[in-house]
Ligand binder design. Structure first.
Ligand code: SAM
Length: 354
């Protein structure tokens, strides 16, 4: 017996995988999962890709949100929410009549912002029970008022429940978690992410809007001032899904238009930082393990460290300590911040279903 949480198995459809992999000489092993008792299939190529990119098979490709949920709200806030709200105002109907689905809602920061600002109804979905437990507390008053239709688990790429048609669906900082070991950047094949996007399209009303908040490639390097202390930052984002989710605008445009969306627009909120400013501009926050938990970059850095046998978080801390000792840390931060204020750290992309 094996534990399938160590392997990539849940998205596999037995027939298509077996049929595709068999001619290439792959050997598949059928086993009963120790943890969930499901009948599972382990295929070496998929498992080794999953290990290479540090991918988890249960939900996010690399992050454990059951742990992260404890620290998320201390350090994160809904960057870009104001821009997203402006998009809702452009729908041509009163905000009180708008129903938005927040997919991968996490601890509910965006949903709460929309509800606080007059959006009529919100449906909230996330794959992590831990993140959702914080979300439920946060919007409890709105649940009582009947303005939260759903606040429940949904594992993407599964479709949204009920065949409900939404005015708007937003997905903030989630797409990069939808990697699968079957992704191939050279052929622009991203089965899990594309399936999620297709299901989103299907759940929108005609004329409805999809809002995607992500970080584009030119923004990655400068999205946080302390990223400038990480060697070869690009290589920690080397999993193929990053080509789509953290790639360039035209790749996302092609993918979304290929699904059927039209009228795309992009806005960069240059005035906002990803982490709450009170912590982001505190140099010592970077030494706080809780702060690091709230930025997935450090999970990816730890994964790269595991492969290379080094401790790159320690190396980053040493660099920062040296800068502090020579009174150069503030100047370093300011130089990096000039770049962040030029490129921004995230982009709000909107697309319309015709
Ligand atoms: C970086 S957090 C963003 C949370 C929220 N949207 C925000 O911006 O505050 C990513 C969220 O995606 C969720 N997630 C990742 N993979 C998922 C999947 N396959 N299905 C559903 N949710 C997923 C995680 O549980 C987590 O809450």
């Amino acid at each position: 017996m094996q534990d399938c949480t160590k392997l990539y198995v849940h998205d596999i459809t037995w027939q298509s995988r077996a049929a595709r992999l068999h001619p290439a000489g792959e050997r598949a092993t059928l086993y009963i999962c120790h943890a969930c008792s499901a009948l599972c299939l382990s295929i070496p190529k998929i498992v080794s890709n999953a290990k290479k990119y540090g991918q988890r098979i249960d939900m996010s490709a690399f992050e454990d949100y059951q742990k992260v949920c404890k620290y998320y709200d201390e350090f994160r806030y809904p960057i870009g929410a104001e821009t997203e709200l402006r998009e809702l105002c452009r729908l041509g109907k009163p905000l009180k009549d708008v129903h938005i689905a927040d997919i991968g809602c996490g601890t509910g920061n965006y949903s709460k912002y929309f509800l606080d600002n007059g959006v009529g109804k919100v449906s909230m979905f996330d794959g992590s029970e831990g993140m959702l437990s914080y979300a439920k507390t946060k919007v409890a008053d709105y649940v009582a008022e009947g303005r939260v239709s759903h606040c429940e688990t949904l594992q993407l790429p599964n479709p949204l429940p009920d065949g409900q048609q939404y005015d708007v669906i937003c997905m903030n900082f989630v797409l990069h978690h939808l990697g699968s070991p079957d992704d191939d950047a050279s052929t622009r094949t991203f089965p899990k992410a594309t399936a999620a996007l297709r299901n989103i399209y299907a759940s929108l009303k005609s004329g409805g809007h999809f809002i995607l908040l992500t970080c584009l490639k030119p923004q990655l390097k400068t999205s946080m001032w302390y990223h400038g202390l990480i060697d070869d930052l690009d290589s920690i984002f080397e999993a193929p899904i990053m080509d789509l989710a953290y790639g360039d605008y035209s790749t996302l445009e092609k993918t979304l238009k290929g699904i059927g969306f039209d009228k795309m627009e992009a806005t960069v909120p240059l005035h906002e930082t990803l982490m709450k400013p009170v912590h982001y501009y505190n140099i010592d926050a970077v030494f706080d393990p809780k702060f690091l938990q709230a930025d997935s970059t450090f999970t990816l850095l730890r994964n790269r460290s595991k492969n290379s046998g080094s401790n790159e978080t320690d190396a980053l801390h040493q660099r920062l300590r040296k800068l502090k000792e020579s009174n150069k840390a503030e100047a370093f931060m300011e130089r990096q911040e000039e770049l962040r204020r030029t490129y921004g750290c995230a982009t709000v992309i909107t697309a319309r279903k015709p």
